[in-house]
Design a binder for this molecule. Structure first.
Ligand SMILES: NC(=O)c1ccc[n+]([C@@H]2O[C@H](COP(=O)([O-])OP(=O)(O)OC[C@H]3O[C@@H](n4cnc5c(N)ncnc54)[C@H](OP(=O)(O)O)[C@@H]3O)[C@@H](O)[C@H]2O)c1
Length: 249
């Protein structure tokens, strides 16, 4: 059977040009995702917090822990390119410390950044998708949510929450034509993992069948697939991009 985006000769036709919002789109996985979705022909806006905005995108400075800033960011995107139809909740932080050295403040910061902001973003950004009866909400969790790792109690908890959130939102939003999925990266070469020492890297690589780290582009490819028109019957899915780290967990 031909998919709706194929013509009679079977050639893939370009899909509609969607309004996209990627949080933390100034570097790493977020920037790779923004570039990929722009290559697919979409109008892509990004949020950034520190430093300069990336070239060539509509960019809004925003600390995702701050509800007011997040509200403004979504409003600016709507005004500039239309209400988002594809949202990639990518911005996140890693804080490592042993369980008994993890303060309540550290824990709260991780939950605010990695978990609460993801729920707020859905609340703020979903309006256009509901009206269009079409949408893609994509979360970025972490293999730490499945396999854990030394020193990441709070990070793993903040990322595990996204799995339950994804599955619940898939139920709540499915009948409105909105899919909700979560991508689960393993060890990816970005600024977030630059501080790892050799022993830590070895620890991860010993558990990774492909025996290497991944790239931001490899994660972006999975996000790009889930955002595509052709991924229309995939929702509530957990998609690992981990070189096999944590497979079967
Ligand atoms: N790299 C990995 O191995 C790996 C593995 C599993 C999951 N992940 C997840 O993938 C996502 C992207 O990480 P990455 O590897 O690309 O790391 P990264 O290079 O450190 O990028 C993190 C991004 O999040 C943004 N961010 C962090 N806290 C923020 C805040 N409070 N407000 C607004 N923006 C904030 C950063 O913006 P600024 O630069 O402006 O602060 C940056 O754009 C994260 O959710 C991370 O947990 C990464």
């Amino acid at each position: 059977m031909r998919s709706p985006s194929e013509d009679r000769a079977g050639a893939k036709q370009p899909g509609p040009r969607r309004s996209v919002l990627v949080t933390g789109g100034n570097r790493g996985i977020g920037l790779a995702t923004a570039l990929r979705l722009r290559e697919s022909g979409h109008k892509v806006a990004v949020t950034y917090r520190r430093g300069a905005p990336p070239d060539g995108f509509f960019a809004v400075r925003c600390d995702i822990r701050d509800n007011e800033e997040l509200t403004h960011a979504v409003k600016h995107v709507k005004e500039s390119q239309g209400a988002p139809e594809i949202i990639v909740a990518n911005a996140g932080m890693l804080h490592e410390s042993a369980m008994n050295a993890t303060s309540d403040a550290d824990f709260d910061d991780l939950i605010e950044t990695n978990t609460k902001s993801a729920l707020r973003l859905a609340r703020l950004g979903i309006g256009g998708m509901l009206r269009a009866r079409w949408g893609r909400l994509i979360y970025i969790s972490s293999m730490a949510a499945f396999s854990g790792a030394p020193g990441v109690t709070a990070y793993a908890a903040s990322k595990a929450a996204l799995l339950g959130m994804t599955r619940t939102l898939a139920w709540e939003l499915g009948r409105h034509g909105i899919t909700v999925n979560v991508v689960v990266p393993g060890l990816i070469d970005t600024e977030m993992t630059q501080h790892l020492n050799e022993d830590q890297r070895d620890w991860y690589l010993r558990g990774t069948p492909l025996a290497r780290t991944g790239t931001a582009d490899e994660v972006a490819a999975a996000v790009g697939f889930l955002a595509d028109e052709s991924a229309s019957f995939i929702t509530g899915a957990t998609v690992p991009v981990s070189g096999g780290l944590g497979v079967g967990l």
